[in-house]
Design a protein around this ligand. Structure first.
Ligand code: ADP
Ligand code: ZN
Ligand code: ZN
Length: 820
């Protein structure tokens, strides 16, 4: 008897055993997909993990449903990497599998509704109205999906009706597996082979002498075929010969032209490599040589180059070297949606060798990129992607670039696996014996520490490209400005003056405010009440544009209240401010300026972010107001002024990384100012102009910031001196969260007593209830000298006991390793 172990895309940690025939066993390989029955009636896509002859002892193995691949879709190195992620980040291999593979490759079973052939019509009264609609539909269609039934009767819950129809023996249900990836086919056209001889052709042209347009199409096709051997699209033929599709269609109907289909990629870059990479200047060349030198002795190197120092061009040189050796290159970015500029740049250099792996791409598009990488067929030799791109089927990785390595968004938060793509990339690099380059203008404290400990190499560029000066950063004391009545709304006279000046010179302005919406709090002046989210413990944010109050945690929205819900007073006021309010104030202050807003409210659609960028680039926007989206590597020539509306909101975050983050944000957003000859200006409004971090940010004192932060981290026991595992308990029942986390805490204390591992909590986080679930945190601080692996094993053992307590089983625990 033959068996396979498979990974299922579910949170259970173990693999599952299924039975296969001898022939199937001989055919199957690790990394192929099979469809398997699981639970009562579900069919899942599973991944073959091992093939063997050991029958399971605890249960009888089911047979597989079908084999889905002819060759593995997951590479051996990839599986090995997934295993590391699962074990390091404390989740199941199934969760990694699910996160990694494009949804279109995860077949799902779907319940379909079939008519019962033996059913005899029993008259109108036999059915309710809704039932008869379903019955009616099944007279015209051989099967219905649940969703279709729901559409027909126009309600969500269709199960009662289906159940009733089953009881009445009108329908039955079946589970069906379907492959949701469909190759995209394009229509091409060629002459029918009957007309391949000269005689046949001239005869045809004679025949068509009265159908002028058709004749033209035939001639056109000939002239195109004469110059190109490439397939000709039906669509192209129509445009080229300037006829309607009806003309071409009649030729196809007559059998003069023949249509055929070819599979194509949905995302295609049809341009050629149009540009050579740039010649590096002195500083870039030195950095490049430095990196090459370091790579001889180190696997990981940090390129610490100030904003606009030309790091990207250095990466490009390294990419050229890697692809010349036939290696694959992974280029990781914090948020791929924000990188149109970079994609264009790389495509100019590398043409169709560049593939982008993108969460905004459709499922089918992702499958195509996946397959190119798996086959290593040249079209995805350079993969540009956000964090999940580390999970792709690389075979032959030579170089990994992690751009903006300091960015928090490299850490996946929900759902599992909660991995940090930068840290995981270092491990991925080891597996492939490839080099890893981390690049940023503002290194994270952890990474910089690794360079100081000689674990990573370090290369610096301290000058902006082409001698552009670093921006001049000015701190403006708004406490003082308020006192002297020099504020208009949220703008100091200093900022207003600087904006005026920039606008006068036809330059652009960027204003940064790390909050979207109009105001985070609406408050009654009479009784102090402020509308709260019914599902979460937060105030609702006022959104002026939609005249709504919205929850930023669960999305709950309600119409704006114009009188207090508690006391009825009309005397309402807002507290705090977001991007919307700034944009609003700007239109009053600068009625002639065109104001744009960039935050997650204005960039939801697939192309809306790009559109906004393009119009900024085309100078259709004078002042762009936005959240930290603005800080992400944009390169605009005409921006001469950057304003930070309120730096204090960054500093006051209750997190050990808050100061480091503020420094990074301010430096990054400042970096948007003046990337050309004229020196850019940055104005930071704050109540604390003497705050150490703001002082350091204003003079680009990275070293000073690093020294302070690393000392604090040492003193108060934070990474990189210790490791953190954070546990989050979640449940709808308040006392259950309290009791269960308390139980867990006691267990931790017992296990780790005297070990040096510190356990803290349980405590409620700042927002203690989200989507009607209460949250409570436990922090485990593990000293550097202690085995992380053993500590995690001990935690998992406690988890096991926890799960066996019936009262706590419904409590969800999230394990977050290296929380950000
Ligand atoms: P960074 O990534 O360090 O912020 P970029 O790589 O975006 O900097 O470079 C900043 C600007 O300078 C870009 O517009 C880029 O095209 C230009 N640039 C950088 N290096 C060169 C070079 N060697 N030759 C010509 N232009 C360059
Ligand atoms: Zn009130
Ligand atoms: Zn909410």
């Amino acid at each position: 008897m033959h068996f396979i172990d498979v990974i299922l895309p579910i949170p259970l940690t173990k693999t599952f055993v299924y039975q296969v025939s001898e022939r199937e066993a001989a055919f199957l390989e690790k990394g192929m997909r099979v469809a398997v029955p699981f639970g009562k009636s579900k069919i899942y896509t599973a991944l073959v993990y091992a093939i063997h002859q050991n029958a399971p002892t605890a249960y009888k193995a089911k047979e597989i449903d079908q084999i889905l691949d002819r060759a593995p879709v997951v590479s051996p190195q990839q599986l090995q990497f997934w295993e590391w992620i699962a074990s390091y980040y404390m989740c199941s291999l199934g969760e990694v599998f699910k996160a990694a593979i494009p949804a279109a490759l995860l077949l799902e079973s779907e319940t379909i509704i079939l008519p019962n052939k033996n059913f005899q019509w029993k008259g109108e009264e036999f059915f309710s109205d809704e039932e008869s609609l379903v019955y009616e539909a099944l007279q015209h269609q051989s099967a219905l999906k649940i969703q279709e039934v729901s559409d027909i009767i126009d309600r969500k819950n269709v199960l009662p009706i289906l159940k009733s129809l089953i009881d009445k023996e009108v329908i039955h249900l079946k589970e069906e597996v379907y492959e949701s990836y469909k190759p995209k086919l394009l229509r091409y056209v060629k002459m029918h082979e009957d007309y391949s001889t000269d005689e046949a052709l001239s005869e045809l042209l004679d025949k068509l002498s009265r159908a002028k347009k058709q004749r033209e199409v035939v001639l056109k096709l000939f002239s195109i075929e004469a110059v190109t051997k490439k397939p000709i699209l039906v669509k192209d033929l129509e445009t080229e010969s300037q006829v309607s599709s009806a003309v071409v269609k009649s030729l196809i109907d007559k059998g003069v032209l023949e249509v055929y289909h070819l599979q194509t990629d949905r995302v295609q870059y049809d341009g050629q490599e149009t540009m050579d990479s740039k010649i590096l200047n002195e500083y870039q060349s030195k950095a490049l040589t430095g990196i090459e030198q370091q790579f001889k002795v180190k696997d990981v190197v940090l390129l610490h180059g100030v904003t606009s120092s030309g790091k990207t061009e250095v990466y490009v040189k390294l990419i050229e070297q890697a692809i010349a050796k036939g290696e694959q290159v992974l280029y990781l970015l914090p948020e791929i949606a924000l990188t149109t500029q970079l994609i264009k740049r790389l495509q100019q250099y590398f043409g169709e060798k560049v593939s982008v792996y993108h969460s905004k791409y459709s499922n089918n598009e992702r499958v195509e990129v996946w397959n190119h990488i798996l086959k290593d067929d040249g079209r995805a030799q350079i993969v540009l992607g956000a964090r999940s791109a580390i999970l792709l089927p690389f075979k032959n990785l030579g170089l990994i670039i992690v751009d903006e390595e300091h960015e928090v968004s490299f850490k996946q938060f929900d759902p599992a696996p909660r991995y940090h793509a930068r840290d995981a990339a270092v491990v991925l690099g080891k597996l492939h014996q490839s080099k890893v380059l981390l690049g940023t203008a503002t290194p994270s404290v952890e990474t910089y520490y690794n360079t100081q400990k000689d674990k990573y190499g370090l290369v610096e560029i301290n000058r902006r490209y082409a001698g552009v000066l670093m921006p001049d950063i000015e701190l403006t004391d708004i406490k003082e400005k308020h006192r002297k009545k020099r504020m208009k709304g949220h703008f100091s006279d200093r900022l207003i003056e600087a904006i005026e000046e920039a606008l006068e010179l036809g330059e652009q302005v960027i204003l940064f405010q790390n909050r979207r919406g109009y105001a985070p709090i609406l408050e009654c002046q009479e009784c102090g009440n402020s509308p709260q989210c019914p599902n979460c413990d937060v105030s609702l944010t006022y959104h002026h544009y939609r005249d709504q109050l919205r929850c930023h945690y669960c999305g709950h929205a309600m119409a704006m209240q114009h009188s207090c819900i508690a006391c009825g007073s009309n005397d309402l006021t807002t507290k705090g401010f977001g991007t919307e309010q700034i944009a609003h104030e700007l239109t009053d202050l600068f009625p002639k300026a065109k104001v744009g807003r960039m935050d997650s409210d204005t960039t939801r659609g697939k192309y809306s972010y790009e559109k906004l960028l393009t119009s900024f680039e085309r100078l259709e926007i004078d002042i762009l107001v936005g959240t930290q989206m603005l800080t992400k590597g944009l390169d605009f020539r005409k921006v001469s002024l950057v304003g930070v509306m309120n730096a204090d909101s960054l500093l006051n975050f209750p997190d050990f990384r808050a100061h480091e983050r503020s420094f990074q944000l301010i430096q990054q957003v400042s970096g948007r100012a003046s990337r050309t000859q004229k020196r850019g200006k940055v104005i930071i409004q704050t109540y604390n102009p003497y705050h150490q971090i703001l002082q350091q940010a204003s003079v680009n004192d990275f070293q000073g910031m690093y020294k302070d932060q690393i000392n604090e981290r040492y003193q108060f026991k934070y990474p990189p001196f210790i490791r953190i595992v954070k546990l989050v308990f979640r449940h709808r029942d308040y006392s259950k969260v309290n009791e269960s986390s308390e139980w867990y805490m006691q267990a931790l204390k017992t296990v780790f007593k005297g070990s040096g591992t510190q356990v803290l909590g349980p405590v409620f986080p700042a927002v203690a209830r989200i989507r009607n679930e209460y949250l409570k945190n436990i922090i485990i601080k593990i000293p550097a000298h202690q085995s992380l692996k053993k500590t995690k094993q001990a935690i998992l053992k406690i988890d096991k006991s926890f799960q066996s307590i019936p009262a706590y089983r419904s409590v969800r625990i999230i394990y977050n390793v290296d929380p950000q």
